[in-house]
Unconditional design. Structure first.
Length: 99
């Protein structure tokens, strides 16, 4: 029983497993994607009619989201790359001077 609730809800038998935590992280990621698709992709209420057009719209929005993800990954990699290179160079210099 969860404190402050009249219904049992989820108890420790479910939430104690590692798989439950993994499931929650994945669920959050999926919900964020659908939220973006609805908020920015225009799929909360489509402006087109017909299954084919709505399907094409959904494909284009999904592609746009994937392009944004790729851009974020590339930006993070560029930001992190100089720090990694500097760290490796520093490690090499320190190992040469100590050895």
């Amino acid at each position: 029983m969860i404190d402050g609730r009249k219904t049992p809800g989820l108890d420790r038998r479910t939430t104690r497993h590692d798989g439950y935590a993994v499931s929650q992280r994945k669920r959050k990621r999926v919900e964020e994607i659908f939220g973006w698709i609805k908020a920015y992709g225009g799929l909360r209420r489509t402006l087109v009619r017909g299954l084919g057009r709505v399907q094409l719209h959904a494909y284009l929005v999904g592609a746009a989201y994937n392009l944004l993800r790729l851009a974020r990954f590339a930006a993070n990699d560029r930001i992190g790359a100089p720090a990694r290179i500097h760290r490796v160079q520093t490690d090499l210099k320190s190992s040469k001077s100590s050895g």
